[in-house]
Design a binder for this molecule. Structure first.
Ligand code: PLP
Length: 382
């Protein structure tokens, strides 16, 4: 059986064995319900949840009481955006054109229900201009939501600059940091962030668990819950806590922060190696996203003269994500490529590489070779 080379870490990451080790005892050894504090089983589980909460908080410069566990970043984004908007019916929201669907769809739903919405454009590298944020703000703006790092093109946003502008206006600043934790400097105080979404499975933790940071000081951010059903997580996210997953998320955050500097350097070197090989062997390549201000493990390349679906079909041994950079094939260009103006005419595939913690130089070289062969073969058929 072929074991494909995994280069799709923006989609999800494998659970780090150290994270799995931390989680295992919480399934069948310490299985208490963290809300059942009348006995030791429950109290032990509750203590583990609080330790994980502290670890998540530390990773973003927050205090543990400001972290709410959720089922992932989709839910964190919905709770942040809808929960804050529901406090001010009909108010104004601001977001950017390249946000994850979970942000854009929440904002669009609110717009359909009577809120007003400004969707900011981005430049050709996918950056939001802080001056555009300033110009978009209105006296009735309740929330601005801008992601820290994009999941397709890897572009990092000037979060601190945007945060200062939003803070001065009195609106709340929400950051989807799902792809960003441990990969760029993030500090909720330094960056004037009021709400921040995270997901464990992008951090070598388990799927189905995430967190939402909610500022408590100097002002308290209190979104309305999406589900009203009980008291867990201060009533903001009722339901029995997934203790093993939460423990895993805490461990994953701790490892991510420990590894930050060295991991970034290593991933950047692997990305440069991949790009250098592809650029040496193939012409007609276009880099999508910012040349420098991007996630170290991200490479998004437009490849002229090939269709995305045909390219993937011939690459069973390389796990990458492919989208079109034009609409002539069966695959539609993504909203992100459209927003940066990289979805022009002609036949062009867009390949997204997400290089991760366990990839090796040998894998990068093998993947590059396979892609070169496949692109050449497809171009010869034309
Ligand atoms: C930027 C961004 N936000 C939100 C999400 C949703 O995260 P989850 O899978 O935890 O719901 C993702 C996942 O693809 C993402 O990349």
């Amino acid at each position: 059986m072929i074991h494909p080379i995994y280069l799709d870490h923006h989609s999800t990451t494998p659970v780090d064995p150290r994270v799995l080790d931390a989680m295992l005892p919480w399934f069948s050894e310490h299985y208490g319900n963290a809300s059942s504090r009348s006995h030791a089983f429950g109290r032990t589980a509750a203590a583990a949840v609080e330790q994980a909460r502290e670890r998540v908080a530390q990773a973003i410069g927050a205090s543990y009481s400001e972290v709410v566990f959720t089922a992932g970043a989709t839910e964190s984004n919905a709770l942040a955006i809808k929960g804050c908007a529901h406090r001010q019916p009909g108010a104004h929201l601001v977001t950017s054109a390249i946000e994850h669907r979970s942000v854009l769809d929440a904002c669009r739903r609110l717009e359909a229900d009577g809120w007003s919405l400004t969707v900011l454009p981005v430049d050709r590298h996918g950056r939001v201009d802080p001056d555009d944020v300033r110009r978009a703000l209105r006296p009735d703006t309740v929330l601005v939501s801008v992601m820290a790092a994009n999941n397709e093109i890897g572009t990092l946003q000037p979060i601190g600059e945007i945060g200062a502008i939003v803070r001065a206006s009195g609106a709340l600043f929400h950051v989807d940091a799902t792809q960003a934790l441990g990969r760029m400097a993030l500090d909720v105080d330094a960056d004037s962030i009021d709400l921040l979404s995270l997901s464990a499975h992008k951090l070598y933790g388990p799927k189905g668990v995430g967190a939402l940071y909610l500022r408590r000081r100097p002002h308290r951010v209190e979104p309305l819950p999406l589900i009203e059903a009980g008291g867990q997580e201060n009533g903001l996210r009722p339901g029995t806590l997934n203790v093993p997953a939460i423990v895993g998320m805490g461990a994953a955050c701790e490892l991510m922060i420990e590894a930050t500097g060295s991991e970034r350097t290593r991933l950047r070197a692997l990305r440069e190696r991949l790009l250098a090989t592809l650029a040496r062997e193939l012409d007609g390549l276009v880099l999508n996203g910012h040349p420098d201000e991007r996630l170290a493990g991200n490479l998004n390349l437009g490849i002229d003269g090939v269709q995305a679906d045909a390219l993937l079909l011939g690459l069973p041994d390389v796990a990458v994500s492919a989208g079109a950079a034009c609409s002539t094939g069966s695959v539609k260009p993504s909203h992100v490529l459209e927003a940066i103006g990289a979805a022009g005419g002609g036949v062009r595939a867009a390949l997204r590489f997400g290089i991760g913690r366990f990839n090796t130089e040998e894998e990068i070289d093998r993947a590059a070779q396979r892609i070169v062969e496949r692109v050449r073969a497809l171009r010869e058929q034309r």
